[in-house]
Design a protein around this ligand. Structure first.
Ligand code: TYD
Ligand code: MG
Length: 453
């Protein structure tokens, strides 16, 4: 007889508990527990469940095959995947609704199909007609791209067994369900069970499955965090709603590094790769304006030049307003405190708005020097030279500290036509100038001196 009971799951991280709790011990979020019935089939032997016992093997007897990754053809995606798609892996692509996950994976399908592979795209969100309409916007599709609208996992498994595709895309794990669990699709139990089933299929038949998962802050739908630990690779697709560029980031990767990012631009005919993000980020930059400087930043292993803007003006309130968009708010406060103490500026009666233009979010300390300089430039109303770029970490005593990958930053700056690079003195000593003038600085007093010129 089926044994029925209910358990409580955390909507955020999937923590399971027999009783309700106000705060999740797993992720420390409040009020995230939901009650879900769990009906597991009564115990069946492995033979009944169609399972086959596998013998453990000696490690020496296991042959290491050449890694058979194959590049999908979209360079930005391949880079994030760690050099291509690994066979028999499970990849989760998470992101806010409407960010372009379906579009990205449909474009990937097209490239793979063109390489002669068989792809099955299963959607639980859109009708075949809608997918076809989207495909028409994206361009020509040919070859063996199979589409299926289905949400029942048992039927999906049968279809996969029957057609044996190389790649399967599941458009949104939150719409999938198995009949063994009575809770609604999108609930924590269903999402976990569905992912488990897909994992078994991927490893069992040796196909790669891409799962799309919506990130949800609130609501009844379980977020992809619940299944992060189950899959091989977790990619997040992010971007601002008002900006057209999108960043694909690896959060977890069993087959590669998690440092890489891929940059895309959403256009009328789908996502276009942005091969040169620096150029993209600096488009439309004001020249010769106080409060705007360019920083050489690193995302993963890629240098990206971004514009940092600051606006400092007298406050009308007792408490000055401080905002930081695209960078760490606390870091901005800290840097302003350093400026007050070390340079003696009275900023406690000034509002400060700091913004990394373009909608990029950068939290590395190497941005400090640019933030400080932008603030100084706006405060003093003195622009920095257009062809000058900076990077460096600012310490609490106002010292400028060395940062990693300085050479890559300088090379990128030089490539993008900058003529002067202000960088930590400690970094300067190890870099040979390549068509760009390097100016080493030791502390913020020296930076201040440069602004006055
Ligand atoms: P979609 O891939 O459906 O997002 P998700 O699957 O992550 O929910 O993308 C939806 C958005 O992308 C939608 O707001 C319209 C936009 N879009 C374009 O701008 N150009 C295009 O060619 C396509 C297909 C979508
Ligand atoms: Mg979608």
């Amino acid at each position: 007889m089926a044994k029925s009971k209910t358990v409580f799951f955390c909507k955020e991280c999937g923590f399971e508990s027999a009783k309700w709790m106000g705060q999740c011990p797993g992720c420390r979020q409040w009020d995230t527990f939901v009650e879900e019935p769990v009906i597991k089939k009564s115990s069946s032997t492995s033979a009944k469940a169609g399972l086959r016992i596998r013998e453990p093997q000696h490690i020496a007897s296991i042959k290491t095959e050449e890694e058979k990754r194959f590049p999908c053809g979209i360079e930005e995606l391949d880079r994030v995947l760690g050099g291509g798609i690994v066979p028999a892996s499970l990849v989760l692509v998470g992101g806010d609704p409407g960010i372009g996950k379906s579009t990205l994976l449909l474009q990937m399908c097209r490239e793979i199909v063109n390489k002669g592979k068989k792809v099955l795209y299963i959607s639980g969100e859109e009708s075949l007609h809608q997918i076809k309409m989207r495909a028409e916007r994206l361009g020509v599709f040919n070859g063996e791209l199979l589409l299926l609208c289905e949400t029942n996992l048992a039927l999906i498994e049968d279809t996969i067994q029957k057609h044996k595709p190389d790649i399967v895309v599941i458009d949104s794990i939150q719409t999938m369900f198995t009949e063994e669990i009575t809770s609604a699709p999108g609930s924590v139990g269903q999402v976990r069970e569905a992912t488990g089933t897909l994992m078994r299929i991927a490893k069992g038949i040796g196909i790669t499955i891409f799962i799309i998962g919506h990130v949800t802050k609130e609501g009844v739908v379980a977020g992809p965090r619940v299944l992060e630990h189950m899959v091989d690779t977790v990619l997040y697709f992010e971007g601002e709603n008002h900006a057209s560029y999108r960043v694909l980031r690896a959060v977890k990767n069993r087959f590669g590094s998690t440092n890489e990012i891929g940059v895309f631009e959403m256009r009328g005919n789908g996502l276009a790769e942005v091969k040169n993000p620096s150029e993209f980020m600096l488009k439309g930059r004001p020249e010769g304006e106080a409060g705007s400087v360019v920083a050489a930043s690193i995302e993963g292993t890629r240098p990206i030049l971004v514009e940092v803007q600051a606006l400092i003006c007298r406050t009308n309130f007792n408490m000055p307003r401080r905002t930081a968009a695209g960078t760490d708010y606390n870091r901005v406060n800290l840097l302003m405190a350093v400026l007050e103490k070390r340079l003696g500026f009275q900023m406690s009666d000034c509002d400060a708005y700091v913004n990394v233009a373009g909608g990029m979010r950068i939290t590395e300390p190497a941005l400090d020097l640019a933030v400080v300089t932008a603030i100084l430039s706006s405060y003093k109303n003195v622009p920095l030279d257009d062809k000058t770029i900076l990077f460096g970490e600012v310490g609490l005593t106002g010292e400028i500290r060395a940062v990693n990958m300085a050479e890559q930053r300088v090379i990128e700056a030089s490539k993008m036509g900058f003529e002067v690079c202000i960088l930590p003195q400690a970094n300067k000593e190890h870099i040979k100038a390549q068509g760009i003038k390097l100016v080493g600085v030791r502390n913020i007093q020296e930076v201040m001196g440069m602004l006055r010129r």
